[in-house]
Write a protein of this length. Structure first.
Length: 202
Protein backbone atom coordinates (compact mmCIF):
# COMPACT_ATOMS: atom_id res chain seq x y z
CA UNK A 1 0.00 0.00 0.00
CA UNK A 2 1.35 3.42 -0.99
CA UNK A 3 0.39 6.68 0.71
CA UNK A 4 1.45 10.19 -0.31
CA UNK A 5 1.67 12.91 2.33
CA UNK A 6 1.88 16.52 1.15
CA UNK A 7 3.73 19.22 3.12
CA UNK A 8 2.50 22.52 4.49
CA UNK A 9 3.95 25.98 4.85
CA UNK A 10 7.63 25.98 5.73
CA UNK A 11 8.76 23.48 3.08
CA UNK A 12 9.47 26.16 0.47
CA UNK A 13 13.01 26.79 -0.85
CA UNK A 14 14.60 29.00 -3.53
CA UNK A 15 14.62 27.29 -6.92
CA UNK A 16 11.75 24.97 -6.04
CA UNK A 17 10.37 23.26 -9.12
CA UNK A 18 12.90 24.66 -11.59
CA UNK A 19 14.54 21.31 -12.27
CA UNK A 20 11.13 19.82 -13.07
CA UNK A 21 10.17 22.79 -15.26
CA UNK A 22 13.41 22.56 -17.25
CA UNK A 23 13.32 18.79 -17.71
CA UNK A 24 9.66 17.97 -18.31
CA UNK A 25 7.38 19.54 -20.92
CA UNK A 26 4.29 18.28 -19.11
CA UNK A 27 5.46 19.99 -15.92
CA UNK A 28 5.99 23.24 -17.84
CA UNK A 29 2.36 23.11 -19.03
CA UNK A 30 1.11 22.81 -15.44
CA UNK A 31 3.40 25.58 -14.17
CA UNK A 32 2.39 27.98 -16.95
CA UNK A 33 -1.28 27.11 -16.50
CA UNK A 34 -0.94 28.13 -12.86
CA UNK A 35 0.73 31.41 -13.83
CA UNK A 36 -2.20 32.16 -16.17
CA UNK A 37 -4.79 31.32 -13.50
CA UNK A 38 -3.11 33.48 -10.88
CA UNK A 39 -2.46 36.41 -13.20
CA UNK A 40 1.20 36.72 -12.23
CA UNK A 41 4.41 34.75 -12.75
CA UNK A 42 4.55 32.68 -9.61
CA UNK A 43 7.28 30.58 -11.22
CA UNK A 44 9.61 33.61 -11.41
CA UNK A 45 9.50 33.86 -7.62
CA UNK A 46 9.77 30.10 -7.14
CA UNK A 47 12.75 29.76 -9.45
CA UNK A 48 14.63 33.01 -8.84
CA UNK A 49 13.21 34.53 -5.65
CA UNK A 50 15.04 34.82 -2.36
CA UNK A 51 14.16 33.04 0.87
CA UNK A 52 12.52 36.29 2.02
CA UNK A 53 10.40 36.44 -1.15
CA UNK A 54 9.23 32.89 -0.62
CA UNK A 55 8.35 33.51 3.04
CA UNK A 56 5.56 35.90 2.03
CA UNK A 57 2.44 33.90 2.78
CA UNK A 58 0.67 34.98 -0.41
CA UNK A 59 3.59 33.46 -2.34
CA UNK A 60 4.53 30.58 -0.06
CA UNK A 61 1.23 28.75 -0.11
CA UNK A 62 0.51 28.72 -3.86
CA UNK A 63 4.18 27.91 -4.52
CA UNK A 64 4.16 24.85 -2.26
CA UNK A 65 0.79 23.75 -3.59
CA UNK A 66 1.95 24.05 -7.20
CA UNK A 67 5.27 22.33 -6.57
CA UNK A 68 3.57 19.43 -4.76
CA UNK A 69 0.76 18.87 -7.26
CA UNK A 70 2.99 19.12 -10.33
CA UNK A 71 5.31 16.47 -8.88
CA UNK A 72 2.30 14.17 -8.57
CA UNK A 73 0.82 15.04 -11.98
CA UNK A 74 3.98 14.34 -13.95
CA UNK A 75 4.09 10.81 -12.53
CA UNK A 76 1.07 10.04 -14.71
CA UNK A 77 -0.19 6.47 -14.30
CA UNK A 78 2.60 5.80 -11.82
CA UNK A 79 0.75 7.96 -9.30
CA UNK A 80 -1.65 5.39 -7.85
CA UNK A 81 -1.81 6.03 -4.10
CA UNK A 82 -3.96 3.95 -1.80
CA UNK A 83 -4.45 7.14 0.18
CA UNK A 84 -3.31 10.76 0.29
CA UNK A 85 -3.00 13.19 3.18
CA UNK A 86 -1.61 16.62 3.82
CA UNK A 87 -0.49 18.89 6.61
CA UNK A 88 -2.54 22.11 6.69
CA UNK A 89 -1.98 23.63 3.23
CA UNK A 90 -0.96 20.15 2.09
CA UNK A 91 -4.59 19.02 2.39
CA UNK A 92 -5.39 21.08 -0.72
CA UNK A 93 -2.40 19.56 -2.53
CA UNK A 94 -3.51 16.05 -1.58
CA UNK A 95 -7.06 16.63 -2.82
CA UNK A 96 -5.90 18.12 -6.12
CA UNK A 97 -3.28 15.44 -6.71
CA UNK A 98 -5.89 12.75 -6.17
CA UNK A 99 -8.38 14.55 -8.48
CA UNK A 100 -10.85 14.87 -5.62
CA UNK A 101 -10.99 18.57 -6.49
CA UNK A 102 -10.14 20.29 -9.77
CA UNK A 103 -6.62 21.73 -9.94
CA UNK A 104 -8.02 25.11 -10.96
CA UNK A 105 -10.47 25.28 -8.06
CA UNK A 106 -7.86 24.15 -5.55
CA UNK A 107 -5.32 26.73 -6.76
CA UNK A 108 -7.88 29.52 -6.50
CA UNK A 109 -8.82 28.41 -2.97
CA UNK A 110 -5.17 28.34 -1.94
CA UNK A 111 -4.62 31.77 -3.51
CA UNK A 112 -7.58 33.26 -1.63
CA UNK A 113 -6.51 31.58 1.62
CA UNK A 114 -2.94 32.85 1.27
CA UNK A 115 -4.02 36.37 0.33
CA UNK A 116 -6.31 36.66 3.34
CA UNK A 117 -3.64 35.30 5.68
CA UNK A 118 -1.15 37.80 4.25
CA UNK A 119 -3.61 40.63 4.97
CA UNK A 120 -3.82 39.46 8.58
CA UNK A 121 -0.03 39.45 8.82
CA UNK A 122 0.09 43.02 7.56
CA UNK A 123 -2.73 44.23 9.81
CA UNK A 124 -1.17 42.68 12.91
CA UNK A 125 2.57 42.50 12.16
CA UNK A 126 4.42 39.78 13.99
CA UNK A 127 6.06 36.53 13.10
CA UNK A 128 4.97 32.97 12.56
CA UNK A 129 4.11 31.43 15.89
CA UNK A 130 3.97 27.80 16.93
CA UNK A 131 0.92 26.26 18.58
CA UNK A 132 1.77 23.20 20.62
CA UNK A 133 -0.32 20.78 22.65
CA UNK A 134 0.39 20.54 26.37
CA UNK A 135 -1.07 18.10 28.91
CA UNK A 136 -4.24 19.46 30.51
CA UNK A 137 -6.12 17.81 33.40
CA UNK A 138 -9.52 18.80 32.03
CA UNK A 139 -9.13 18.57 28.25
CA UNK A 140 -6.35 16.00 28.01
CA UNK A 141 -4.41 18.43 25.85
CA UNK A 142 -4.61 22.21 25.47
CA UNK A 143 -3.07 24.44 22.85
CA UNK A 144 -0.42 27.00 23.73
CA UNK A 145 0.72 29.65 21.24
CA UNK A 146 4.42 30.49 21.41
CA UNK A 147 4.88 33.92 19.85
CA UNK A 148 7.93 35.96 18.88
CA UNK A 149 7.08 39.62 18.33
CA UNK A 150 9.01 41.74 15.88
CA UNK A 151 11.18 44.47 17.48
CA UNK A 152 9.14 47.49 18.45
CA UNK A 153 5.81 45.65 18.65
CA UNK A 154 3.89 45.15 21.85
CA UNK A 155 1.02 42.81 22.72
CA UNK A 156 -0.27 40.94 25.72
CA UNK A 157 -1.84 37.50 26.11
CA UNK A 158 -5.41 38.75 26.51
CA UNK A 159 -5.15 40.90 23.40
CA UNK A 160 -3.95 38.03 21.23
CA UNK A 161 -6.48 35.57 22.63
CA UNK A 162 -9.30 38.04 21.94
CA UNK A 163 -7.98 38.61 18.43
CA UNK A 164 -7.88 34.87 17.69
CA UNK A 165 -11.28 34.21 19.30
CA UNK A 166 -12.88 36.75 16.98
CA UNK A 167 -11.40 35.15 13.86
CA UNK A 168 -11.00 31.42 14.48
CA UNK A 169 -13.29 28.52 15.20
CA UNK A 170 -13.46 28.00 18.96
CA UNK A 171 -11.57 24.70 18.88
CA UNK A 172 -8.65 26.37 17.10
CA UNK A 173 -8.08 29.08 19.72
CA UNK A 174 -5.15 28.26 22.05
CA UNK A 175 -5.79 28.22 25.78
CA UNK A 176 -2.71 30.31 26.52
CA UNK A 177 -0.05 32.48 24.88
CA UNK A 178 3.61 32.83 25.83
CA UNK A 179 6.04 35.36 24.38
CA UNK A 180 9.54 34.22 23.56
CA UNK A 181 12.70 35.86 22.19
CA UNK A 182 13.02 33.09 19.60
CA UNK A 183 11.75 29.69 18.50
CA UNK A 184 13.88 26.58 17.92
CA UNK A 185 14.44 26.28 14.18
CA UNK A 186 15.90 23.46 12.08
CA UNK A 187 18.56 23.99 9.41
CA UNK A 188 15.73 23.90 6.84
CA UNK A 189 13.93 26.76 8.62
CA UNK A 190 11.13 24.71 10.20
CA UNK A 191 9.97 25.26 13.76
CA UNK A 192 10.96 22.32 15.98
CA UNK A 193 7.63 21.86 17.72
CA UNK A 194 8.60 18.70 19.59
CA UNK A 195 11.64 20.42 21.09
CA UNK A 196 9.49 23.42 21.95
CA UNK A 197 6.85 21.25 23.61
CA UNK A 198 9.48 19.41 25.64
CA UNK A 199 10.59 22.73 27.17
CA UNK A 200 7.17 23.23 28.74
CA UNK A 201 6.41 19.62 29.63
CA UNK A 202 9.75 18.96 31.34
Amino acid sequence: MTAYVFPGQGSQFPGMGKDRYDADSNARIWFEHANDLLGFKLTDIMFSGTEADLKQTNVTQPAIFLHSVVKAKVLGDAFQPAMVAGHSLGEFSALAAADAIDFEDALQLVHIRATEMQKCCEQVPGTMAAVIGLPDPRWGEAGRACVVLKPGLAADEAELLDFMAARLARYKVPKSVVFRPSLPISAAGKILKRELRDEYVA
